[in-house]
Design a protein around this ligand. Sequence first.
Ligand code: NI
Length: 210
Amino acid sequence: MSNIKQRLKRTAMMAAAAFVIGGGIAYMQVNSETARVVEKPSTIEPMAGAAQVGGDFELVDHNGKTVTQADFSGAHKIIFFGFTYCPAVCPVELQKMAKVLDALDGTDIQPLFISVDPERDTVDVMKGYVEQFHPAIVGLTGNRAQVDAVMESYKVYATKIESEMMDGYMMDHSAFMYLMSPDDALITLYPTEDTAENIAEDIKNRLNAS
Ligand code: NI
């Protein structure tokens, strides 16, 4: 019962996020179809409308190599968008991602951290940052156009907020963890309220069912 309540609450939160983000993300709407899919993680079926999320990209990894979506195809992926100056949410979510990876040790899953702040998140900055969290995490950045394109295809919201304390500005940004299939379709989103244990268990259930 509590599990169902938790998942319905998650669906409602996704709907709230959809309201903020706006534009064509039908899979986040609360309806019986979505609630049923979200409630039953044993299915590997992508969420309704998931084809609208994700897509090919060209970015630069934290070793300076140009990469595209194809470089990560064939494995499940967990993806988080953020920025290295983030004072709170990103460090917490990346620590959570590291815990999920440790809990899923031996699973073929590729973690990606994609910057929404490419002006400051250079290749070297990204390298130093992701290595603080987990050796498997690949940091991706690029030029402004490349980052804007990947943010648009993943429906990521991010905007600059002036902040003298944060070296001029910080980024207000959406903070979902994306679970993507080996063929690059969205399987589900995890809001910040989900714990590493919840996420790892959910991913295990989904992979065992597939
Ligand atoms: Ni952040």
